[in-house]
Design a protein around this ligand. Structure first.
Ligand SMILES: *Cc1c(COP(=O)(O)O)cnc(C)c1O
Length: 519
């Protein structure tokens, strides 16, 4: 209570400052100062013709400190891996080491121009080469492209390779097999590449039923897309047999490598029969993830798919210099123009080199240990739908809490009150009311214990005071949104508020989907 006065003052102060940048705008305010023009003024319309706009854009006019405070304040309303554990299953939200940031900001790297001549880009090309070699070593594959900008983009590229290979043999084939535990991007990829999807039911262990698979694979099967470990966090022990069944019918095995954080340094997809796969550098290899920043989804393949890789590919000439080779008649073409995400390559390479082979193996072991620690400490209060041993993530269900009408989404929202980002809710789809928890290796024993305490406390609340959980979060600026309307009718444009300087209290509902009449 002693702090009430101070808190009030801070709140009042924030209320004034929380105004959006448009509301604070006043004509003539500036965040920059330019030197007077000392060259003749150019005639813009002579240069650009009709493209020159005649009216002024309606942009807020603010001083530098106002705009800095605006964005810094917005950043504090968010959650970040730099604030605490981010156990979003399947997303591998690991810490982004600061040494990665340091090297990616070095001048020759950060200021490089995409059209810089190859002769002046040898160091940059060397970074690409070294990263490619490391990733090939880690995956046991033969050739690789760094073009795809995300995991989903990598899937698309990988299935294009499979299609091109089948076409080169005279028949693109018709179907792609996908287990029912797969990430939604897998069927989306298969459909985008012109294939029909055949859904495979998982067995009681959460894996592929090899006997059932053998009955389904035929001369129409182009490939199977498999996530290993699966989204249940279970390693596919019969992966070799799965590969054999597919290969016997001329079909390919695509591996969704989003869960490579459970395998790096322990086993290699290239050694267990995978033909083509993608990696998510923004998951497994510690580059920043989320917030709309660039991702990176390299695709690695076996030798026989190499001729189809996106053009250009990196090559080394007889002079020892690296260059881009465009002479690729069988290539699927480009899947992107420029490497705007080059900084991600630098960060991933820094992560790989800083850890070294032993460090990467240790990382994998720690990630698996952390997930199993959480599993052991929570399995008496949350239902485990699959008893199979967990790898880097553990999936519970809300079966016990649903009796009190508390669902996975409620538990996740209550977790926010305890200072944690929610886990992944309601995925994978084969587990009704899934709680998918992936701690990654970044977390200390102390942080894991805090998380476990919070989860146990919420389980108790679900028994004793379910209302508290189903109405959470209680500590955030904005509580529950109407999630459907927020997704279907998002308000993406600023609306002039009628009443200024009034901020909603933590319990005031903020309607998303209708123009904000009041703040
Ligand atoms: C994250 C993820 C993807 C998609 O990767 P993006 O980089 O988000 O496009 C695909 N499959 C699985 C299993 C994933 O977890």
């Amino acid at each position: 209570m002693a702090f009430t006065g101070t808190t009030r003052k801070v709140t009042a102060h924030l209320t004034q400052n929380e105004a959006l940048s448009f509301e604070k705008s006043a004509p003539g305010k500036k965040g920059y100062k330019l030197a007077p023009l000392d060259v003749p003024e150019a005639d813009a319309s002579a240069l650009l013709g009709d493209s020159v706009r005649s009216n002024e854009p309606m942009l807020p006019e603010l001083s530098e400190i106002e705009i800095i405070r605006h964005f810094t304040r917005l950043s504090t309303w968010n959650y970040a891996i730099d604030l605490g554990m981010y156990p979003l299953g399947s997303c591998t939200m690991k810490y982004n080491p600061r040494v990665n940031e340091f090297v990616s900001r070095l001048e020759g790297i950060a200021e490089a121009h995409p059209y810089q001549p190859e002769a002046l880009s040898q160091g940059l090309l060397e970074i690409i080469k070294l990263l490619q070699d490391c990733l090939l070593d880690i995956t046991g594959m033969h050739a690789i492209t760094l073009q795809p900008a995300a995991g989903a983009h990598g899937e698309f590229t990988g299935i294009l390779l499979a299609r091109a290979w089948h076409e080169s043999k005279g028949n693109p084939r018709k179907t792609i097999l996908i287990p029912d535990s797969a990430h939604g991007t897998n069927p989306a990829t298969a459909a985008s590449c012109g294939y029909q999807i055949i859904n495979l039911k998982s067995n009681e262990q959460g894996g592929v039923d090899v006997a059932a698979l053998a009955e389904i694979v035929n001369e129409d099967t182009a490939a199977m897309m498999l996530t290993n470990p699966s989204t249940i966090g279970v390693f596919e022990h019969e992966i070799h047999k799965i590969a054999d069944v597919l290969h016997a019918k001329g079909a390919l095995l695509y591996m969704d490598g989003a869960n490579m954080n459970a395998l790096v340094g322990k086993t290699r997809p290239g050694d267990f029969g995978v033909d083509v796969m993608h990696l998510n550098l923004h998951k497994t290899f510690s580059t920043p993830h989320g917030g709309g920043g660039p991702g990176s989804g390299p695709v690695a393949c076996k030798d026989f798919l190499e001729p189809f890789l996106p053009t250009p590919v990196l090559a080394q000439g007889p002079d020892g210099l690296l260059h881009w080779n465009y002479d690729r008649p069988q290539s699927v073409g480009r899947v992107r123009m420029l490497y705007g995400n080059f900084g991600m390559f630098v960060r991933a390479l820094a992560y790989i080199l800083a850890n070294g082979p032993d460090g990467l193996r240790q990382t994998t072991e720690d990630a698996v240990l952390n997930a199993n620690y959480i599993r052991k400490k929570l399995e008496d209060v949350y239902e485990l739908p699959y008893p199979t041993a967990s790898m880097h993530e553990v999936v519970f269900s809300d079966k016990r809490q649903v009796k009190n009408r508390v669902k996975t989404g409620d538990i996740a929202k209550r977790l926010i009150d305890y200072g944690f980002h929610p886990y992944t809710t309601s995925f994978p789809l084969i587990v009704p009311g899934a709680l998918m928890i992936e701690p990654t290796e970044s977390e200390s024993r102390e942080e894991l214990d805090l998380f476990i305490d919070a989860m146990r406390q919420i389980a108790r609340e679900a028994e004793e005071n379910p209302e508290l959980v189903t109405s959470a979060p209680h500590s955030t600026r904005i509580s529950r949104l109407d999630e459907t309307t927020a997704a279907r009718k998002p308000v993406l444009r600023w609306h002039k508020p009628v009443v200024r300087w009034k901020t909603p209290g933590p319990n005031d509902p903020v309607e998303i989907g209708t123009p904000a009449k009041e703040w």
